[in-house]
Ligand binder design. Structure first.
Ligand code: GTP
Ligand code: MG
Length: 205
């Protein structure tokens, strides 16, 4: 099924995010992990969000209005080696400000490449999500690059040692094979309305 989706704005920082009470969901992850591709899969359109073989393309909090009712936010990717130090620091600051204070944000999809695994930057982002008491779900991306019989093993290996709450959602996806779409939609629908956080103040500290 296709959804109505429209790019609303590219916000360089929290102050430029839309002045709207609509709930929002964010895609977070390192550069090249497949955020924009998954966003396109989710809304059923090939080229809504710009994807590229060139990492570091998404350089803003990209706001998409979905079905006239909520915002999907494609966050700038972190960890791209060729981005300047100053630029990285600026994006890290903008992303943390967004994740720590944006009250419209109801849930975050934290993308991790199934083949590459958890990077130090991913760990730092996960620590932030716990610290800021955000509801989040892990999406392992590019599953098509790992043989089906090895996927479960990889998931268990990557999750071990992260110390995540047992209730954390985990979805295996592939934009190429259109895998994980229904589960992502189900998570969105479960978390769009305001509710108590799954990661209350003492869980992550
Ligand atoms: P930034 O905007 O730089 O943060 O990257 P991104 O996380 O938005 O990644 P993007 O969606 O642009 O994808 C990066 C590259 O990975 C592109 O060449 C995509 O075609 C490729 N890619 C994305 N998803 C998949 C997937 O499920 N399987 C495979 N094999 N390749 C994928
Ligand atoms: Mg992108």
């Amino acid at each position: 099924m296709q959804h109505e989706v429209e790019l609303i704005t590219l916000a360089p920082d929290l102050d430029h995010c839309p002045d709207s009470e609509l709930p929002e969901m964010a895609f977070s992850g390192r550069s090249n992990v497949g955020k924009s591709s998954l966003l396109n899969l989710l809304v059923g359109r090939r080229r809504v969000a710009h994807t590229s073989g060139q990492p570091g393309k998404t350089r803003a909090l990209s706001y998409y209005l979905v079905d006239q009712s909520w915002h999907l936010v494609d966050m700038p990717g972190y960890g791209y080696a060729r981005t300047s130090q100053a630029e990285r620091r600026r994006w890290a600051g903008a992303s943390r400000a967004y994740l720590s204070t944006r009250s419209q944000l109801r849930g975050v999809f934290q993308l991790i490449d199934l083949k590459v695994g958890v990077t130090p930057d991913d760990r730092a982002r996960l620590r932030d999500l716990l610290r800021f008491h955000r509801n989040f779900c892990i999406i392992f991306t590019k599953a098509d690059k790992v043989p089906p019989t090895k996927r479960e093993e990889k998931v268990v290996e990557h999750l071990s040692g992260l110390g995540l709450p047992a209730t954390t959602g985990v979805i295996v996806s592939s934009a190429q094979n259109r895998l994980g779409r229904e589960e992502i939609w189900a998570w969105v629908e479960d978390h769009l309305s305001p509710q108590s956080t799954e990661n209350p103040p003492d869980a992550g500290d």
